[in-house]
Ligand binder design. Structure first.
Ligand code: CA
Length: 223
């Protein structure tokens, strides 16, 4: 738990401990990086505003060493959200302050459940999915648009794969939150829309295949 506001850090740490987690706190970016190296946490809750280096920079440096550790960012400013969930920083989710500690604990639990799940049984290498100029090679974990590789975060890849494997059918935000993020029903978040927006930006010419179904969710075109 990385946050320099001591009261908030302690409140969150208390709630996480109550939920059965072991928590290490850090109040600066530098001490966070040192603690992450030492304690090797399963997940990092990271505030954007830190007294030395920004939480975004901490996340970037952390990603160089531990690409897969889930990160939930705490932010006070909505405009940072694009960078937070984007490839530049690649956080799994974000929570806008002020937030309820209970809500944060729900998300942390859900993400840890997802990442600790045993690896799925090995399938025969699944066939690549081709939709127009979009090629999704599941076995190679690779996405191409018009023959050019597009670099997606792990979460963006899961989101795209989820939509593409159910193409032609509308997927509600709740179902996407359940399957892609591992959240249970009733978690209030704009994270689906934010991630779809980023995903579309990256997909360029293929972005039009992800259709918004007003009031419901998203649908991948079937061809
Ligand atoms: Ca702070």
């Amino acid at each position: 738990m990385v946050e320099d506001e001591v009261d908030l850090a302690e409140l969150v740490a208390f709630n996480l401990r109550e939920a059965g987690h072991e928590v290490v706190t850090a109040g600066t970016g530098a001490s966070a990086l040192a603690e992450i190296k030492r304690a090797r946490p399963d997940l990092v809750v990271l505030d954007v505003m830190l007294p030395d280096i920004s939480g975004l920079e901490v996340c970037r440096r952390l990603r160089r060493e531990r690409r897969d550790v889930p990160v939930v960012m705490l932010t006070a400013k909505g405009e940072e959200v694009d960078r937070i969930v984007g490839f530049e920083v690649g956080a799994d989710d974000y929570v806008v302050k002020p937030f309820s500690p209970r809500e944060l604990v729900l998300r942390v639990d859900a993400i840890l459940r997802r990442t600790s799940r045993a690896a799925p049984p090995t399938e025969d290498s699944p066939e690549p999915i081709q939709i127009g100029v979009l090629l999704l090679d599941v076995a190679a974990h690779r996405v191409d648009v018009e023959g050019q590789e597009v670099h997606l975060t792990a979460l963006e890849f899961r989101l795209l794969l989820d939509l593409a494997s159910r193409r032609g059918r509308v997927q509600s935000r709740d179902r996407l939150l359940e399957r892609v993020w591992g959240y249970s029903k009733g978690v209030e978040t704009r994270t689906v829309d934010t991630h779809v927006k980023r995903l579309r930006e990256k997909l360029g010419a293929a972005s039009k295949y992800i259709e918004t179904v007003r009031g419901v969710g998203y649908r991948m075109q079937s061809s």
